[in-house]
Design a protein around this ligand. Structure first.
Ligand SMILES: *Cc1c(COP(=O)(O)O)cnc(C)c1O
Length: 417
């Protein structure tokens, strides 16, 4: 991997904090970029210019802020959790994205991009979804903004996530079954791009995480940074000091970059992203892309990826559908390279144990994805007793009940983080 001096790393961090990255080519240091078919380049360039202009426009920001307040329910609460804190010998605070409309942070991005699409003159929205969470957020945002929406979803995922398919349809969205390729998220992304190539002027492609070709990693970071801005302000107001650590789960990386980006310049805060360690360290048994992956191109960006020995993209595993992705956003790849963020992993069993622990201690049922951040925080508390820890609780666990019901309550209480 690229050899960088301490000065190079400090300079890249400065550029990230100053939001000079990504550069015009969409690069975060060696990562990112725009690896897309020629037919999409004009649309990506138009979107980049439009996004930069609208995000800097006070009228657009005011309209977005009004919708985030009255429709999404922002600011979301910052909740102290005293019982858990006592058990862990730490001072733990939760940034409650589970309280955002539709139950997770994904709505911040879906609403922001839908509003952007309307201002850019799009006539219809295209989106892809794996487990259906981004599809539901996109469907809700499009209904609210008044744009028709088409969601591509793998046939296998449609069977596994039937309630979310129904939810999207009730929100007025057309769900298209993808029967090609692996018939899951990867094939759905390919189909969504294909649709966009066919009609790049009137369609807007609403991507669900901080991945993909430039400008998506930038755009999603800007829209999700509301999490970290609010949390920083709230924790300062509540205790007059910043936390020792901020910890979030990492799938594609959108909730984590949203929490971390506004904290990058606070050098006293340890930032820790927690990936899905799945059922073990063997290739195919986890989705710990940054921990075990190698660099390569997937879905339009150069970042870290999970390959098999033949260089094929690896099938991944996680008990949480939202973390089950073989890639990760390019900004995280750079943050790891320069050492500003550490990336840990938590296993399926550690995440299941954390769901039970938070639910019983504090009356908050977290999403299985978010439970990975909880497991990481528990480990941090053990290594640094007495510390103040801010956890990004990305979503609520109601959607996970079918999975949770396969495991008895307390079955993993003996599992240490
Ligand atoms: C989708 C999802 C994630 C993972 O996506 P990121 O882009 O990594 O944030 C995490 N938590 C919840 C609740 C999700 O729905």
């Amino acid at each position: 991997m690229t050899d960088l001096s301490a000065d190079d790393k400090a300079e890249l961090l400065r550029q990230l904090i100053a939001r000079e990255l990504p550069d015009e080519l969409g690069r975060f240091g060696p990562f990112g970029g725009r690896y897309a078919p020629e037919t999409l380049m004009p649309a990506l360039q138009r979107l980049t210019a439009g996004a930069q202009q609208l995000l800097a426009d006070p009228d657009f920001q005011a309209e977005l802020a009004a919708e985030l307040g009255s429709w999404v329910g922002r600011p979301t609460a910052l909740t102290p959790v005293p019982t858990l804190s006592a058990r862990w010998n730490a001072e733990v605070w939760l940034k409650r994205e589970d309280l955002a409309h539709t139950g997770a942070h994904k709505i911040n991005n879906a609403l922001g991009q839908a509003l952007l699409a309307k201002h850019l003159g799009a006539k219809r929205i295209i989106a892809e979804t794996g487990a259906g969470q981004h599809g539901v957020a996109a469907a809700a945002a499009c209904a609210r903004i008044g744009l028709p929406c088409v969601v591509y979803m793998g046939e296998i995922d449609m069977e596994r996530q039937a309630p979310n398919v129904d939810r999207m349809r009730r929100l007025g969205t057309q769900v298209v079954a993808v029967t090609s390729g692996d018939r899951t998220l990867r094939a759905a992304i390919d189909e969504a791009f294909r649709d966009w190539v066919a009609d790049p002027r009137d369609s807007y492609y609403l991507l669900g995480s901080a991945v993909g070709p430039h400008p998506y990693p930038y755009l999603v970071r800007e829209l999700q940074s509301v999490i970290g801005r609010e949390a920083r302000h709230q924790i300062l107001a509540a205790c007059g000091e910043l936390p020792d650590a901020a910890i979030a789960c990492v799938g594609g990386g959108s909730n984590a970059i949203g929490l971390f980006h506004p904290l990058l310049g606070d050098s006293g805060i340890r930032l820790i992203g927690v990936e899905a360690g799945g059922r073990g360290e063997a290739l195919g048994d986890n989705s710990a892309t940054l921990a075990t992956g190698r660099p390569g191109v997937l879905h339009g960006a150069y970042s870290m990826l999970l390959f098999d020995a033949d260089g094929q993209i690896q099938e991944t595993h996680s008990v949480s559908a939202g973390l089950d992705y073989p890639g990760v956003g390019p900004e995280h790849a750079l943050l790891k390279l320069i050492g500003r963020v550490d990336y840990w992993s938590a296993t399926d069993e550690q995440a299941l144990a954390a769901v039970d622990e938070l639910s019983a201690a504090e009356g908050i049922l977290p999403a299985l994805e978010s439970a990975h951040a909880l497991a990481g925080a528990k480990r941090f508390a053990r290594e640094y007793p007495g510390s103040r820890i801010l956890i990004g609780l990305s979503g609520r666990g109601d959607k996970d009940m079918p999975t949770l019901s396969q495991h008895e309550v307390g079955a993993y209480a003996h599992v240490a983080s």
